[in-house]
Design a protein around this ligand. Structure first.
Ligand code: ZN
Ligand code: ZN
Length: 291
């Protein structure tokens, strides 16, 4: 953790958070709620991991009923203190399990659904494979397995938002640099087109700012390109897995959305899609710095 505290203040929404109901987080839900009250973050989406590959970490880690009870009870405890807590989920998209994912979402109601592609054991991007994977390949070949899955996730139309769409940067750096990717925005276009066509929101995920990538997933420039291609729905989340990462660099995500031309974030509270206003006066130099 960086010594500089970049946890945001006075923003309306953090739309991507993990609690100890996720296998890779140790944060009790009340820790986020208390920080939200202290820091003026008005609304939280709790988006714990749900995986469908039996070999993946969040497969059968919790039950729907357990997650719903913990989040709904916390929402009741904290409602009077000025923080709204929503019951979301982060589904790991994996084309091999598309039928199971579709079936799960048909049977269960969430306030807000993020769909994301992750890098697990056996992936060409896993630490022990990535150098060998990158060697001798073009950038298009390198990113292709990840980006094709992300495109399929967007095309599924199952999700409110597509989480951290170039999260693979976390694993590719330093073998592939941020500058390499920034120079090839065309590689992103099939994904962005699928988001536009299905009305799926683009998530600007600020966890990249505390990881090796050093920029949001995706960059402010890709958010702007999505907007230019007709994208109309954007969301922002810190993707915290630790208490100290709550709302981390969330202003950068908001500033990237604003710089791309968005005035609101696309969110859903169960049956009701809502537009959450992006506050004026964000320091837009933070986002532009990563262009
Ligand atoms: Zn994720
Ligand atoms: Zn996440």
């Amino acid at each position: 953790m960086s010594a500089v505290d970049r946890r945001a203040r006075d923003l309306p929404l953090d739309a991507h958070l993990h609690t100890d109901l996720s296998p890779d987080s140790d944060v009790p839900i009340d820790s986020y709620a208390a920080q939200a009250v202290d820091r003026g973050i008005a609304e939280l989406a709790i988006t714990d991991h749900v995986d469908f590959d039996p070999a993946a970490p969040a497969f059968a880690h919790t039950t729907f009923a357990q997650r719903e009870r913990v989040v709904r009870e916390a929402a009741e405890r904290w409602a009077d203190q000025g923080v709204a807590i929503r019951f979301g989920v982060e589904i790991t998209w994996d084309s091999r399990w598309a039928g199971e994912i579709r079936d799960h979402l048909a049977r269960h109601s969430y306030d807000f659904i993020v769909g994301s592609v992750h890098v697990y054991e056996g992936s060409p991007y896993a630490a022990e494979h990535v150098a060998g994977w990158v060697a001798g390949k073009t950038l298009a070949e390198i990113v292709s397995p990840y980006f094709e899955e992300v495109e399929a996730a967007a095309q599924s139309g199952l999700f409110d938002a597509l989480g951290h769409l170039d999260f693979v940067k976390r694993y590719l750096v330093p073998h592939v640099t941020i500058a390499n990717l920034a120079a090839a925005p065309e590689l992103y276009e099939p994904i962005l087109r699928a988001l536009v066509d299905t009305g799926t929101a683009l998530e600007i995920n600020t966890s990249g700012l505390r990881q090796a990538a050093g920029e949001t997933y995706p960059s402010a420039a890709i958010a702007a390109r999505y907007r230019a291609m007709g994208g109309r729905a954007v969301t922002v989340g810190s993707d915290a897995h630790r208490a100290g990462s709550f709302a981390w660099a969330l202003e950068d995500g908001y500033a990237a959305a604003a710089a791309a031309g968005f005035e609101t974030l696309a969110f859903r509270r169960g049956a009701a899609p809502v537009a959450v206003g992006i506050p004026a006066g964000l320091p837009n130099d933070v986002a532009v710095g990563s262009l």
